[in-house]
Design a protein around this ligand. Structure first.
Ligand code: PEP
Ligand code: MN
Length: 373
């Protein structure tokens, strides 16, 4: 059961105390408070964990300052939308808003391979007006003989250059809880020039100790990538692990699923799940067209497959895109064949904004027609 506190409650602390005291009268019920920041307000919720079916809602509803009581029947206690909480979707981090209304593009290197490539990329991002990027330092590779990423060694110049070029948020995969400490230390040593969003990769979608570790810290938000060989429900449960440990600032990223039925693409594109995730949860949705498509073929209509696929995610309601760029894709040490060139960034952004505008026009149109549930 979830007790939602009014954002405008006159004395929220007294309300929380009254809810906690009342909950203590029921056997085996634990109380956990969570705060979410929506576009306009911060919402506090008190979650009653345990045999809450036997707990009546009415006395909680009667407490001054309580907005409503929601009985949770789904598994997604914290990330779930519970049918009525879309106002709480999203969060702000390092002055950047991540929600369903704001389009963010994490364009950058799949793997950091040289300071010059980082600088060229950051500079192109600044010229394009972007403040978000992706930079892989710790790479989970299929073969132990492949380039494993530069690890902590590249963090000082990645963060320094991000700050120099006005980049506010760097999406960076962590494959071990120790990487969170390395990132924290490197940011401090560089003078906190930028922010980091911790990426949990598809291969770690059910690494429960890593999920708990990124959930137990509240400093960095999490970009969670859907597991490539598990159900959507299993991936959403993985996000619930992160949230239940105390960190509800999560973006859910679709990146394709592994099956040869997607050939010749690297993965079968699963962006039809964007509206499903948005309906079932309060998470905003990102799509990764690079790892979905995985290659750059000559397009039939002049529009590369990664553009088409990114557009499919945006038209379905995704509000962020994670995409590989490289100054010299042919020299990249990881995933070069799927990277766009930096000179393709402006046209890619124009394409995305055009698709996003079509999506927003359709939402407005269907709302006018009263077809929006
Ligand atoms: C990545 O984004 O760099 C990556 C390795 O993606 P995924 O975990 O989706 O394979
Ligand atoms: Mn990659």
């Amino acid at each position: 059961m979830i007790v939602v506190i009014r954002p405008d409650a006159p004395d929220p602390e007294a309300t929380v105390l009254a809810v906690t005291q009342l909950a203590a009268r029921f056997d085996d019920i634990q109380v956990r408070p969570y705060t979410f920041s929506g576009t306009q307000d911060a919402f506090t919720e008190i979650h009653l964990i345990g045999p809450a079916a036997a707990v009546p809602a009415e006395p909680f509803e009667a407490i001054p300052g309580v907005l409503r009581v929601v009985r949770v029947s789904t598994r997604y206690r914290i990330i779930g939308s519970h049918g009525e909480r879309s106002e709480t979707a999203g969060f702000e981090y390092n002055d950047v808003r991540f929600d369903n209304l704001t389009l963010n593009v994490f364009a950058g290197l799949c793997a950091v391979d040289a300071p010059a490539h980082v600088e060229a990329t950051m500079s192109a991002l600044r010229d394009a007006g972007l403040v978000t990027t992706r930079m892989g330092a710790y790479k989970p590779r299929t073969s132990p003989y492949d380039f494993q990423g530069l690890g902590g060694a590249c963090l000082p110049y990645v963060f320094e250059l991000a700050g120099r070029y006005g980049i506010r948020v760097v999406a960076m995969e962590v494959t071990d809880a120790r990487h969170i400490d390395e990132i924290t230390r490197a940011l401090a040593e560089a003078g906190e020039p930028t922010g980091v969003m911790l990426q949990v990769g598809t291969r770690n979608a059910q690494n429960f100790e890593l999920l708990k570790a990124v959930g137990q810290q509240q400093r960095f938000p999490v970009l969670f990538k859907r597991g490539m060989g598990i159900t959507l429900e299993e991936s959403l449960n993985a996000c619930e692990y992160v949230a239940s440990e105390g960190n509800p600032r999560i973006i859910f990223c679709l990146r394709g699923v592994k099956t040869h039925l997607g050939d010749p693409h690297r993965n079968l594109v699963d962006f039809a799940h964007v509206p499903v995730v948005r309906r079932q949860t309060r998470l905003s949705v990102c799509v990764d067209p690079s790892h979905s498509v995985g290659r750059m073929d000559t397009p039939a209509d002049g529009i590369p497959d990664v553009f088409h696929v990114a557009g499919q995610g945006i038209i379905a309601g995704a509000s962020s895109v994670l995409i590989d760029f490289h100054p010299k894709p042919q020299e990249a040490l990881c995933d070069g064949p799927q990277a766009l060139r930096l000179d393709q960034l402006p046209v890619f952004l124009r394409y995305l904004r055009r698709v996003r505008a079509a999506y927003e026009a359709s939402v407005a149109d269907l709302q006018r027609e009263g077809m929006h549930g």
